[in-house]
Design a protein around this ligand. Structure first.
Ligand SMILES: [Zn+2]
Length: 178
């Protein structure tokens, strides 16, 4: 029996995501997660890098400012003593009826897995669906699985998100529904 994967997410980061999602509604926004794998099925998010100044926010698409994000990822990697690496991304689907990844989301995940520089064979993609003050998190962990010894298919698993309080967020604030 395989254990259900778990993603630990700081409450402060959840709140930053919600603030950003509210701000950009009804356009998409998002960001990048950094952290580490505590066990093969347990990811711990320690930092979130926002979309960046040149990001494109559209009604049904989102493109982060990649060069700005890459520089921030490198900075955080050094600051963490090279422990925190790129775990994955999140973005909003305003007013979405489905919690599933879109065709472009899947294409993006395949590119991440195939890009050696990303060093990420199992990227996390968290969708935030809803509207201001009513966002729901839908996390996906994806990796390639070979089918019939020939075809690579994207295996999508739904991890459980667990919130934790990091030092920066221990203010006892109330967390709105996510
Ligand atoms: Zn999407």
């Amino acid at each position: 029996m395989r254990m259900q994967p778990v993603v630990w997410l700081p409450r402060a980061i959840m709140q930053d995501m919600q603030t950003d999602a509210d701000l950009w509604y009804d356009r998409e926004t998002g960001g990048t997660f950094m952290g580490y794998w505590a066990e093969s099925n347990v990811a711990v998010v320690t930092a979130m890098i926002p979309a960046g100044p040149q990001a494109s926010h559209e009604r049904s698409s989102f493109l982060p400012d990649q060069s700005w994000q890459q520089a921030e990822i490198a900075k955080h990697y050094e600051r963490s003593g090279r422990l925190d690496t790129y775990l994955g991304d999140w973005h909003t689907h305003p007013d979405a009826v489905s919690n599933r990844l879109s065709w472009t989301d899947r294409a993006c995940l395949k590119t991440i897995i195939r890009t050696p520089a990303a060093r990420n064979q199992k990227p996390l993609m968290v969708l935030m669906c809803g509207k201001p003050h009513e966002w729901f998190l839908h996390p996906w962990l994806c990796q390639f699985r070979t089918k019939l010894f020939l075809f690579e298919v994207l295996d999508e698993r739904e991890p459980t998100i667990l919130a934790y309080s990091s030092r920066a967020s221990e203010t006892g604030e109330e967390i709105a529904k996510l």
